[in-house]
Ligand binder design. Structure first.
Ligand SMILES: [Cu+2]
Length: 250
């Protein structure tokens, strides 16, 4: 049985569209509120007064305008005063990637992974009508997911290929990112670089860039090792390495 969720969205997408910029770029984001209640937009990539993040009333818009000075995988989300938590948990979140300007990272097959949760229960038809405020307040998800979906196509990779995941954790809790079948070769977290870790913790509201190398033909799975109970719901990104696939950038 498929499940559907009446999400609140930016641009009709769950998660919201990936925003991409380079370090040193001047970025201008206009958020027009077409909904019936006040919303905002807070990107963690910005160093600016939080008063610029909204909220704005229905039929009004706001503009964020700033030069990006820090590369990384950042969360962005609704900012609506005291009700912000409920707005985020209803679907108003996404990833913003700021690429380094001068530093060239090794060629890799890249993907964005946004971890988040649904805080509502499906009716008999499989429809989750909205976020349960009680569940949201308890940080008590009905289930969790990657990239707003419970079903994922297997990703084809090649033996020896480097994969780079821009991971953003919306929450709740710390995402324990692990790739079954390999070791995380490099994790970029702020200016820190960690090498050869089995699992990397990303707290709610944060992100990291995670490189791993596919060691040989076979099957690999990116999971949250603390959320393996959601595996039956499809909370895994699977990589299939066949000898015939060609690596990215080659
Ligand atoms: Cu909102």
């Amino acid at each position: 049985m498929g499940m559907r969720f009446n999400a609140w969205t930016y641009n009709g997408k769950l998660p919201a569209p990936v925003l991409e910029a380079c370090e040193g770029d001047r970025v201008k984001i206009t958020m027009a509120n077409h909904a019936g209640t006040a919303h905002g937009l807070d990107s963690h990539a910005f160093r600016t007064s939080m008063m610029h993040f909204g909220p704005v009333e229905p039929d009004e818009s706001m503009v964020l305008d700033k030069t990006m000075d820090t590369p990384g995988a950042f969360m962005y989300h609704c900012a609506s005063g005291p009700v912000t938590d409920l707005h985020i948990k209803s679907g108003l979140y996404g990833a913003m990637v700021v690429y380094p300007r001068d530093r060239r990272l090794p060629a890799a097959r890249e993907l964005v992974v946004v971890e988040s949760a649904i805080y509502g229960d499906p009716d008999p038809s499989g429809l989750i009508p909205g976020t349960s405020p009680a569940r949201a307040q308890r940080n008590d998800p009905a289930f969790m997911m990657f990239n707003g979906r419970l079903e994922h196509e297997t990703l084809a990779v090649a033996p020896g290929e480097r994969v780079r995941a821009y991971v953003v954790n919306v929450g709740p809790g710390v995402a324990a990112i692990h790739v079954m079948g390999t070791i995380l070769e490099t994790v970029y977290d702020g200016t820190a670089e960690v090498r050869n870790v089995q699992t990397y913790g990303i707290p709610a509201g944060s992100g990291a860039v995670i490189d791993f190398i596919i060691p040989e033909t076979g099957t690999y799975g990116l999971v949250d090792h603390d959320r393996l109970s959601y595996l039956p719901y499809g909370m895994e990104l699977t990589f299939e390495a066949r000898a015939t696939a060609s690596p990215a950038g080659k």
